[in-house]
Ligand binder design. Structure first.
Ligand SMILES: [Zn+2]
Length: 349
């Protein structure tokens, strides 16, 4: 079979090449790849800036936003041939730490977890892959190709749970949400917030292209420009850019008692114009919480599946803005202006 592989740490080493069939040790369920989504992490790995090959291997099969069709469910009867499944990405660390021991591998304390297509386990950009039945999430079959959006949706499902958990430290009746960034994570965050019945505002830099319309189609309000200028104080900010100036604005604009959830990973940039202690004083005097959120455990994967199953299919379809065959994977790794979610499509859903 063929797979898209990379030598981690070496820029430009990605290839679509012959690769051995997945071994039985990788899981009892055999899956035919349908599609794999591309995110910033894949681009970083292909650029040699991130990623680790499995022990004893020089190359890593790329891809962690999967969608596939079960070819052989294996001895356990939990899945059937033809089911559409998405593979959970992270595996608990072997120690395990207390969080991994209770199945909350997303909260791993020692960093020894592994991740498919990222850290020491092969990913899903191969014509066939195997998975353990307990890490294969069956999706609503009517989603078809849109099931490839499940993994990014798990990220916002966890973020929302974190916001809710923090909110309930006191009387909690949020009405307004500001999402910063209208990429795939931001748009899916807006979807989750709308489904929870909140008044949702989404902010991004662009003034044209598909993003403003997609936000309005959700019944949410689109803002172009700076978060400091949105003209209201949101109860919740879901920060999806990782940009220093946006984070600084989020901290200043959030309401008294409000929660800022950071999901974006960036670097550099000054936090607004306020010195650190002044920023902290604001947080103290207004009972704000800033919470970081990464990855997802099985509870969030389940909730993300519910979110997608309830969502409007044509709205979701607009998020998958470009499909590329595996032999042209390099095109998928290059951003184009109107890209939202680019997927590599291996077979028909
Ligand atoms: Zn752990």
């Amino acid at each position: 079979m063929k797979a898209i592989t990379v030598e981690p740490g070496r820029a430009g080493s990605a290839r679509f090449e012959e690769f051995p069939e997945p071994g039985a040790r990788e899981g009892s369920v055999l899956v035919e790849a349908v599609a794999v989504g591309i995110c910033g992490t894949d681009v970083e790995i292909a650029d040699g800036k991130y990623g680790w090959a499995p022990e004893g291997s020089k190359r890593l099969v790329l891809g962690h936003e999967s969608l596939g069709r079960v070819i052989d469910p294996g001895p356990r009867e939990t899945l059937r041939r033809g089911d559409l499944v998405v593979g959970i990405v992270r595996r608990p660390d072997p120690v395990p730490c207390p969080s991994c021991a209770v199945g909350e591998w997303d909260m791993c304390r020692n960093g020894k977890y592994t991740e498919r297509g990222i850290k020491e386990i092969h990913g899903f950009m191969s014509e066939r892959w195997r998975i353990e039945p307990e890490y294969a999430m069956k999706i609503d079959s009517s989603l078809g190709l849109l099931g490839v959006l499940l993994e990014p949706t798990t990220v916002v499902a966890k973020a929302w749970e974190q916001v809710s958990a923090v909110g309930h430290r006191a009387f909690w009746e949020p009405r307004t949400v500001l999402v910063t960034g209208a990429g795939p994570i931001g748009l899916l965050a807006a979807l989750v917030a709308v489904q929870h019945g909140l008044e949702v505002h989404v902010l991004d830099r662009v003034e044209s292209g598909p993003k403003p319309d997609l936000v309005r189609a959700l019944g949410a309000t689109y803002h172009a420009g700076a978060a400091a200028d949105v003209g209201f104080q949101p109860d919740v900010v879901l920060e999806c850019t990782g940009v220093g100036a946006v984070i600084g604005d989020a901290l200043q604009v959030v309401s008294s008692g409000g929660v800022v959830c950071l999901t974006g990973v960036g670097s550099g940039g000054r936090v607004g114009t306020l010195p650190m202690a002044d920023m902290a004083a604001n947080v103290v005097l207004r009972n704000n919480v800033v919470v970081g959120s990464v990855n997802a455990n099985k509870r969030h994967w389940y909730r993300a599946g519910e979110t997608l199953a309830r969502a409007d299919r044509s709205w979701l379809a607009h998020l998958v803005s470009r499909r590329v065959p595996p032999e042209e994977f390099e095109k998928a790794l290059k951003r184009e202006p109107d890209d939202i979610k680019v997927v590599i499509q291996f077979s028909e859903a």
